[in-house]
Design a protein around this ligand. Structure first.
Ligand SMILES: Cc1ncc(C[n+]2csc(CCOP(=O)(O)OP(=O)(O)O)c2C)c(N)n1
Ligand SMILES: [Mg+2]
Length: 688
């Protein structure tokens, strides 16, 4: 056999296989076996089913393809190359040239190549979400599918079927073993997301060997139990069966579908097929030659794309996708005339911009409003935000009454299989899937928030890390932010979580110190569209400061500001507080003033916002000459040395908390004004 006598379909499939094998061999690392096995499914999906225009890879209603088994990245790079997906810039504008060139594939896994080890969102048009941590891709795909349902329910009108995209996610044994995948599948089944299709690569192989080592459940029965439609394809090379499976998916209107595709990893490699050896290492030159022989491929050709293959994709996905996209553009134009206000909203969603009046309804609080928990204040602010920002949507992992994250406006509704237009999501007790879904919602351009107790941020940390990595503006609302939550005790009391959140590059952590700081932080953070935010809020009541006496709350937007300065000249000591502990600093400042000590109090709700300010501003708040500094925060010290220096003092936690009313805990753990005064008495002060 030679390429001349092979059908064009088979040639296209084998091109995906050989590009993947060659790239992994050249990089001397990577995963060849899975692309070799799944090339037929990917070929069929892309060329015959996917509604995707390679010339407009950011088209809003395109079908999404998620490669959840990100280790098989060459599969994605190969298909993006062969289908001629165009390059785009950061704003999504189509540029000349391909998204993935043959040279990019030759540079697979090399520095600055868009073809990274695992697919990275933003690097290459056509990568819909970053994958690699198994389970995250399929979990995000549920958010993508929910977005499509929501957009359709909100914006489609008779004669204007603007939204209806489908989401296909290719996943492996590892994806289905991971808990996050199961949480997401459970929710997708419950929500009857019929536009969601997972293709499960049932190859019986993981890294350590056969799946019989650790995975013997019936995936089909599990998914049937979760409310999914299950379809089996017994041979991953059977194109007719694959086509039939996709047709069944497209005709299923009441459930998501999982296609269980029995495959052979490393298909075609005579010595390595079907073994774990084909998973994560180059096949080796000899084995590649033998596999090419099996495929009827010229054995010595590398990175070979036979004539006709790219044209074949142009005639398939290219033609179909372009036509669908042009029809959509036309439809959107008439929609613009018929429903101008809605069209404006859609344009905001696609460009990631905010409506002009988005912050019009944000509340302000005066001293007479008394003390309040910042979680409660956040609830009010969030509701004001929801009025001005119609595509703000989200919910909690079964804690909305505690996290105060319900949008109470009746029009908002509850997202469910009976009402996909709802803005209040109920994620159930599934923090991991919730955050991954948040990523999916954000990737489509919606503004999602997700909420839980701060201590459970550990459960969703991998997805939160990906929000930051993908520069997605997911708003994490974390309440019950310290020992201040009291009687629920140390299992529920975050201690190391502020440090852990601040450790994630790109995540903005904000811990407001009073009600007006809550408002001002939301106002500052919502326009930031390329970073996620963790809003960290109290359960206990804290006072609302008199802004006649103290500096305006707008200072919070700069991350740290002088809330209250010494009245008699240069301060000798700076007290820095965050959240509920700023008030302790203010009390200490008064007590120290009585001792004729000049003290400045800095409220520092967000390190990250502070670091974005100019050097001159930062120096004005924390003058480098003033070395006597005490930070007060009901968390661990880690990281604070940056602001208090080696001579600084820290009042906070160094152990887990305890179960008791919060006042008792603050005094037991020594987070008190008295303790600040002790530290102030001991600290070395220049010139004293
Ligand atoms: C959360 C997570 N844990 C571990 C890994 C490392 N890892 C990559 S692939 C893999 C398993 C490979 O088996 P499978 O998922 O079935 O993929 P296949 O080899 O069949 O393509 C593991 C453990 C990972 N990428 N993500
Ligand atoms: Mg496997």
């Amino acid at each position: 056999m030679s390429t001349a006598t092979t059908s064009i379909e088979q040639l296209a499939i084998n091109t995906i296989r050989t590009l993947s094998m060659d790239a992994v061999q050249q990089a001397n690392s990577g995963h060849p076996g899975t692309p070799m096995a799944l090339a037929p499914a990917v070929y069929t999906l892309w060329n015959e089913f996917l509604r995707f225009d390679p010339e407009a890879p950011q088209w809003m209603d395109r079908d999404r393809f998620v490669l959840s088994c990100g280790h098989a990245s060459m599969l994605l790079y190969s298909i993006l190359h062969l289908t001629g997906v165009r390059k785009t810039d950061a704003a999504g504008k189509v540029l000349p040239g391909p998204s993935v060139s043959l040279d990019d594939i030759r540079n697979f896994r090399q520095f600055a190549s868009p073809c990274a080890g695992h697919p990275e969102f933003g690097e290459v048009a056509g990568i819909e979400t970053t994958t690699g941590p198994l389970g995250q891709g399929i979990a995000s795909s549920v958010g993508l599918a929910a977005s499509a349902k929501w957009l359709a329910a909100r914006y489609n009108r008779p004669d204007f079927e603007l939204f209806g995209f489908r989401v296909y996610a290719l996943c492996s044994d590892g994806d289905l073993m991971e808990g996050v995948g199961c949480e997401a599948a459970s929710l997708a089944g419950h929500l009857k997301l019929s536009n969601l299709c997972w293709i499960y690569d049932d190859n019986h192989i993981t890294i350590e060997g056969g799946t019989d080592l650790a995975f013997s459940e019936s995936v089909g029965q599990r998914f049937a139990g979760l409310g999914w439609n299950t379809v089996e394809v017994h041979n991953a090379n059977d194109l007719e069966a694959i086509r039939a499976a996709f047709r069944t998916f497209q005709q299923t209107e009441d459930r998501p579908t999982i296609i269980i595709l029995r495959s052979t990893i490393g298909y075609g490699a005579p010595n390595k097929a079907g073994t774990a050896e084909a998973h994560g290492a180059p096949l080796g030159e000899d084995e590649i030659r033998l596999a090419k022989e099996v495929y009827g491929w010229p054995e010595d050709e590398k990175f070979f794309v036979p004539p006709g293959v790219q044209d074949h994709f142009v005639a398939g996905i290219g033609k179909r996708g372009k036509q669908a996209r042009l029809e959509w553009e036309q439809c959107f134009q008439s929609y613009h005339s018929a429903h101008p206000e809605l069209a404006v909203q859609i344009n905001h969603i696609r460009s990631g911009t905010l409506p002009g009046n988005w912050d019009e309804y944000l509340p302000r609080f005066d001293v007479s409003s008394g003390s309040a928990a910042t979680r409660g204040t956040s609830g009010k602010v969030l509701n004001g935000l929801a009025r001005g920002l119609p595509w703000l949507l989200g919910g909690s992992a079964d804690l909305a009454p505690s996290t105060k994250t319900l949008i109470t406006d009746e029009e908002a509704g509850h997202f469910s299989s009976d009402n996909y237009a709802g803005r209040n999501f109920h994620f159930g007790v599934r923090e991991q899937a919730m955050a991954a879904m948040g990523n999916g919602l954000a990737l489509v351009g919606l503004r999602p928030y997700v909420a839980t107790f701060f201590v459970f941020s550990d459960y969703l940390r991998p997805a939160m890390r990906l929000s930051a990595f993908m520069k997605q503006p997911v708003l994490y609302v974390f309440t019950h932010d310290s020992i201040g939550l009291g009687e629920d005790g140390p299992t529920h009391q975050p201690v190391e979580h502020l440090a852990a959140a601040r450790a994630i590059p790109g995540l903005i952590v904000a811990r407001p110190g009073d009600a007006n700081e809550v408002t001002e932080l939301y106002r500052a953070l919502v326009p930031i569209t390329d970073q996620p935010v963790a809003m960290v809020l109290t359960r206990q009541n804290i006072s609302t400061w008199d802004r006649e006496q103290y500096a305006p709350a707008a200072g919070a937007a700069r991350g740290a500001y002088v809330l209250s300065d010494s009245t008699d000249g240069e301060p000798e000591l700076i007290l820095i507080g965050t959240g509920s502990e700023v008030s302790l600093c203010l009390e200490a400042q008064d007590a120290l003033a009585a001792q004729e000590r000049s003290v400045r109090v800095v409220s520092m709700p967000s390190w990250e916002l502070f670091e974005m300010q100019e050097e001159a501003y930062r120096e004005s708040v924390l003058p480098s000459a003033i070395k006597a500094r005490i930070a007060v925060e009901a968390g661990i010290r880690q990281g604070w040395d940056r602001y208090i220096g080696s001579e600084g003092r820290f009042v906070g936690m160094s152990t887990f908390g305890a179960s008791a009313p919060y006042e008792k805990l603050y005094s037991h753990f020594g987070i008190t004004t008295a303790r600040i005064l002790e530290e102030a008495a001991e600290i070395e002060v220049a010139g004293r």
